[in-house]
Design a protein around this ligand. Structure first.
Ligand SMILES: Cc1ncc(COP(=O)(O)O)c(C=O)c1O
Length: 391
């Protein structure tokens, strides 16, 4: 009875693990959850107050399909001030989460059968979004030695007549790797030469531990023209449940995205949009504070992991994930999937939730999220060490 489209979907392993962990917690088991892709901080006070004010001021009605003008202007100001990117509000489309911004992007630029290049390991929703919108995902396997960052040569080799776009997630979920300016330039030049779109998912951009972050769209006017920049409030402002993401792109694409959004969802929640204006204008200190805490946890976690026999990590320069190489334990596990076996055992026997790398396209790795208390991270890693030692 269900459509072929639905039947082709792969259920989300991360959602499966976190609901299993939640159920175990409900059953009274003290699960340490290191699987979550969500900040463990509350939404900043100023944003909460602005949300309450929006309700009291009756900003509770339908509004513009592309998002309210004041928020689109605040997004332009942020992109201009932080990323050296000049956009006008009619180039911005605000959506219900970056997830929908990405889906709407694909609906707007791809035709059935068009290929979208996805470097692996990848955030697990990308292939499903491409499938759902009628496209075909073409994976590019990247190398651990290069922190799983796609090279210009690898990108070039994957392009063919059907290629419409490439997704570049920077900083990356699941690896935390961050592309340098030169690496981005090399990739962008290949895209320009081959006339393909760059879907730049920069949702973790404000959680970057390097001295500076380069937005790919800022490299040149020609590159900006071919880029659909995706960002949002969920991660940096700890506003996951408020559901707000946005795209910055050409006026033509923005108009088309607005038309699709108008029919499918009207627009994102008006109350959330009013709250987000405050988030963009006045929460720089909150963002810096959260980043400082993530950085301490990252340093501690990476140090502990690298001291465990056989483990190594992708250099985590951004986001709040560490992608741990468990490949050295492959000989000790008979199960077909190494990462699934380790993560299943860790949850069942050690009560620690982690995500198997197979969900992101690499079975030799597991993903740890340090959007969790430091003592939980340390205890979780102590249990991982014990588990691996007993294999
Ligand atoms: C790489 C990446 N892009 C986009 C999203 C979606 O974010 P949002 O909550 O704004 O839909 C996530 C969330 O996990 C993510 O990890």
């Amino acid at each position: 009875m269900l459509s072929n489209r639905v039947q082709s979907l792969t259920p989300s392993l991360t959602l499966g693990i976190s609901s299993k962990a939640k159920q175990m917690k409900k059953d009274g088991i003290a699960v340490i959850n290191l699987s979550i892709g969500e900040p463990d901080f509350f939404t900043p006070e100023a944003v909460k107050t602005a949300g309450i004010d929006a309700i009291n001021n009756n900003y509770t009605k339908y509004d513009a399909a592309v998002g309210i003008i004041d928020l689109r202007q605040a997004i332009c100001d942020k992109l201009n001030g932080e990323n050296q990117l000049s956009y006008s509000p009619d180039q911005i489309v605000v959506s219900s989460g970056a997830k929908y911004s990405l889906t709407n992007t694909l609906l707007t630029i791809t035709n059935p059968g068009d290929e979208v290049i996805i470097p692996a390991p990848y955030w697990l929703s990308y292939p499903e979004m491409v499938k759902l919108t009628g496209g075909v995902a073409r994976f590019v396997n990247t190398d651990f030695a290069n922190n799983f960052k796609m090279t210009a040569e690898q990108l070039k080799a994957a392009i063919n007549d059907k290629t419409k776009a490439v997704i570049i997630n920077n900083p990356s979920n699941p690896t935390g790797a961050v592309y340098t300016k030169d690496e981005l330039l090399a990739l962008a030049n290949i895209c320009l030469e081959n006339d393909i779109y760059i879907i730049a998912d920069e949702i973790y951009e404000r959680i970057c531990y390097l001295d500076s972050f380069t937005s790919i769209a800022s490299l040149s006017e020609a590159i900006k023209e071919k880029t659909i920049l995706v960002n949002g409030m969920s991660k940096s402002l700890s506003m996951t449940g408020w559901r707000l993401g946005y795209t910055a792109t050409t006026k033509e694409i923005a108009k088309a995205m607005g038309a699709i959004q108008g029919h499918l969802v009207s627009h994102p929640c008006t109350i959330s949009q009013h709250a987000a204006i405050e988030g963009l204008k006045s929460c720089t200190d909150d963002i810096a504070n959260m980043k400082r805490i993530y950085q301490t946890r990252r340093d501690e976690a990476a140090k502990i992991i690298c001291a465990i026999d056989g483990l190594s990590v992708v250099q985590p320069d951004g986001a709040f994930y560490i992608f741990i190489n468990v490949g050295a334990y492959r000989d000790k596990v008979t199960a077909e999937s190494l990462s699934l076996k380790i993560c299943d055992d860790m949850l069942e026997k050690q009560h620690v939730a982690l995500v198997p790398g197979i969900a992101f396209g690499n079975d030799n790795f597991i993903r740890l999220s340090y959007a969790a208390k430091l003592e939980d991270i340390k205890e979780g890693l102590a249990r991982l060490k014990q588990y691996l030692a007993e294999l």
